[in-house]
Design a protein around this ligand. Structure first.
Ligand code: IVH
Length: 721
């Protein structure tokens, strides 16, 4: 029995460690299959010997019994809220610093009163407060204000025993079962060197859902609804999705919801008998939380004085849209715990913390019309035209309704008051319709039977949610979209060929096919409305420049259905040259079976590529483009291993002095390297430019070699750095 117990404990330890490496550090050290094998082993063991089940067993991650409600939990240390600084200009940070100083000064005055005066302060001010009053700069920690929900996680002797929502700050709800399914939350604290595990440790932090996970969840929910599942619902935003998921009574459902967590503070903490960690500052708390195995945002920064807080506010604002999760502001916290105690609270809000909000990502507006847009592949998309409204600092006038099913589900009608959400780089969405305020005449939305642009029949294929115009390149909308895609930055990169110009070129009949673009003369261009000689010349130069391209860009630019950038790269890598894909004759083009040999190319994609090159008009377009002088250097087919950077993974960060991010990426990939978005132990090099941020820090922490642009160019030239 003892043996089995040790075995189970060892498995738990191995699995929990692997989950921490995978979910929190993003740096797995065992293959997924090994994890699954160990988990099955533990599951089998626990099934045979239920007495071996432990509260930190990763088998609990899949969800337990269905509940009939959540028990109340009284927080032993109340969960406070944060005061919001109303001056949302960066200068609001100065107000905060001033308020902290003013309060300390008023406390100092109270120490100077006579002891019998009731305003007298019993305790003299501590050294740190005195130093600050003496002119020493105030130290803060600045963090993002995560837009999720606050949680309190209680660990006793290192094991997660209870998880509770914030509730009203005094009493929350027991959601332990559901929280155990969150892979980023440790079931047992990591043993951190020089940091004993406290007897009791309450960790405070934010439960949230990443934007990509949120989109994927809603997509699944939509598919369920389309299949007739009445219980499926769409979530308005990641916060609602996270809140809905953690309050799921069926933990198996909660287990399938992709939740994440950031730790940012402590509740109760009881040091172990042996004496515990001595944490003197908030920054040290964050480091300790990291060491115990919690995800801590790498955006958090120690800051000195209001000026650095202001810089933090601006730099996070600039990155807000590109973060993988929603934030609604930043939080500034006085770093010293001694000072925090000195500063205390007013009602439920500490004087040592303040939130500085960003403009909201959701706003109210009205629907002016519902238009139909025709895409590159003929897909019809209903788009709500909105009364212009500022959302998160950007004016929004359009919101996609995706397709007929979605438009009807949302039941958006002209004249409706709606809430739009714009978060990150995604297209704005209508998330709420105020149906009670609806003007009664508005009819329900339905798709037109004919293409609003070319009048061709509209069809909806069996099993598909999308309607399509059957006009093909006869439809000027499809031609325009195909052209815009061809010219786009990651395709042929024709600078200056934007929407307005494409409209003019197509509407005037000057350009009918893609090769026609390369037949434009300066004179023909200058004859267009609002086109000066100089801009006509610039466009001709840009067209000329775009002819020198790469095979992946060219394949992507053709706009073959289902061929995105990465498929285009794989095709180029696999076949090496265009004739191997397209053949001299249609009969010699790569077969569906051959295409399926390409990594990540399945039956649908292979079929689509094959069909594309069977059609005479597509072959004609390709041949004419080549005749116009479009060209690229051929890479040896699948000779990846021969390329100088084959097998190397690089990460780019910051601004390089001469190359743009895309140019650097293209060059590295052409040399066989993989360019990744985040740094791990497996990263070969990090290329850092000006204002490199957390990726550079992570590289240094992991000992990954760091290059500047010159170093990267040397590497490309085959010289070891
Ligand atoms: S600290 C005394 N830090 O904001 C401070 N809270 O109004 C206690 N929040 O419900 C909280 N990001 O869920 C803190 N970096 C952060 C935060 C944060 C988001 C939320 C938290 C709480 C609310 C406070």
């Amino acid at each position: 029995m003892d043996d089995l117990q040790t075995q189970a404990a060892r498995l738990r330890e191995q699995l929990n460690r692997a989950a921490w490496r995978y979910y929190t550090l993003d740096d797995p050290d065992i293959p997924d299959a090994e994890y699954d094998r160990l988990l099955r082993q533990l599951q089998a063991l626990e099934a045979q010997h239920p007495e071996l089940r432990a509260p930190d067993s990763p088998t609990l991650r899949v969800g337990g019994q269905i509940l009939d409600g959540f028990a109340p939990v009284r927080h032993r240390v109340p969960m406070l809220s944060i005061r919001t600084e109303t001056d949302t200009t960066p200068a609001g940070a100065e107000n905060f610093e001033q308020q902290v100083r003013n309060y300390l000064a008023s406390e100092q005055r109270r120490t100077q009163l006579k002891p019998d005066d009731e305003r007298h302060r019993a305790q003299p001010l501590g050294d740190q407060a005195l130093a600050v009053l003496g002119g020493q700069p105030l130290r803060f920690v600045a963090e993002p204000k995560f837009d999720g929900l606050a949680m309190s996680l209680r660990y006793e002797r290192g094991v997660l025993v209870q998880a509770a929502t914030r509730g009203d700050g005094e009493t929350g709800e027991d959601v332990t079962q559901n929280i155990r399914t969150v892979r980023q939350i440790p079931l047992r604290l990591q043993n951190a060197p020089s940091l004993d595990v406290p007897d009791v440790l309450e960790v405070r932090g934010e439960l949230y859902m990443r934007r990509d996970h949120f989109d994927a969840l809603n997509q699944t929910q939509r598919a369920k609804m389309a299949a007739g599942d009445k219980t499926a619902k769409i979530f308005a935003n990641p916060r609602n999705a996270a809140a809905g998921s953690v309050r799921q009574l069926d933990p198996r459902i909660a287990a399938q919801r992709p939740l994440s967590f950031f730790a940012y503070g402590l509740g109760e903490i009881t040091p172990p008998q042996a004496g515990g960690p001595r944490l003197a500052s908030h920054w040290q708390i964050l480091q300790a939380l990291k060491a115990w195995g919690f995800p801590v945002s790498d955006l958090a920064r120690p800051c000195q004085g209001a000026a650095e807080l202001i810089a933090f506010h601006a730099s996070v604002a600039a990155r807000r849209d590109s973060l993988p999760f929603d934030i609604d502001g930043v939080v500034y916290k006085v770093d010293s715990l001694a000072l925090q105690t000195e500063l205390g609270f007013v009602t439920r809000e500490p004087r040592w913390a303040v939130a500085h909000k960003y403009p909201p990502q959701e706003e109210l507006t009205t629907v002016l019309a519902i238009d139909i847009q025709v895409g590159r592949t003929g897909k019809l998309t209903p788009v709500a035209k909105l009364a212009p409204v500022l959302v998160g600092g950007v004016t929004v006038t359009n919101a996609t309704l995706h397709n007929e099913l979605e438009a009807r589900r949302k039941d958006v009608r002209v004249g409706d008051a709606v809430t739009v959400r714009r978060a990150g780089d995604v297209i704005p969405e209508i998330i709420l319709v105020q149906k009670d305020k609806r003007p009664s005449e508005a009819p329900e939305f339905s798709m037109p039977l004919h293409c609003p642009v070319c009048g061709s029949d509209v069809v909806r294929e069996e099993g598909e949610a999308d309607h399509r115009c059957t006009g093909g390149l006869f439809c000027s909308a499809q031609r325009k979209q195909a052209m815009l895609h061809f010219a786009s930055r990651r395709a042929m990169d024709i600078e200056g060929l934007g929407e307005k110009l494409v409209d003019q070129l197509v509407d005037s009949g000057a350009v009918k096919t893609l090769p026609d673009l390369y037949r434009l003369s300066v004179a023909a261009l200058a004859a267009l409305d609002r086109m000066a000689q100089k801009s006509a010349q610039n466009l001709c130069d840009a067209l000329e420049k775009s002819k020198q391209t790469t095979l992946p860009r060219f394949l992507y630019a053709l706009g073959i259905r289902h061929v995105g950038e990465s498929t285009a790269k794989e095709l180029a890598r696999h076949f090496g040259a265009l004739p191997a894909i397209m053949g001299a004759q249609p009969a010699q083009a790569a077969s569906v079976e051959q295409l399926e040999q390409v990594p990540d190319v399945g039956a649908t994609v292979a079929q689509s590529i094959h069909t594309f090159f069977q059609q005479a008009h597509n072959r004609e377009v390709v041949e004419q483009l080549l005749a116009c002088g479009v060209r690229w250097p051929d890479a040896p087919a699948a000779a990846g291993a021969l390329l100088p950077l084959a097998g190397k993974t690089l990460v780019l960060t910051g601004t390089l002095p001469t190359l743009t991010r895309d140019e650097a990426k293209d060059r590295l990939e052409a040399a066989g390297a993989k360019v990744a978005g985040s740094v791990s132990k497996k990263t070969s090099y990090v290329v850092a430019g000006a204002e490199a941020g957390s990726k550079l820090e992570k590289a240094q922490a992991l000992g990954v070699p760091v290059l500047d642009e010159a170093g990267m160019l040397a590497l490309l030239a085959g010289k070891a750095p």
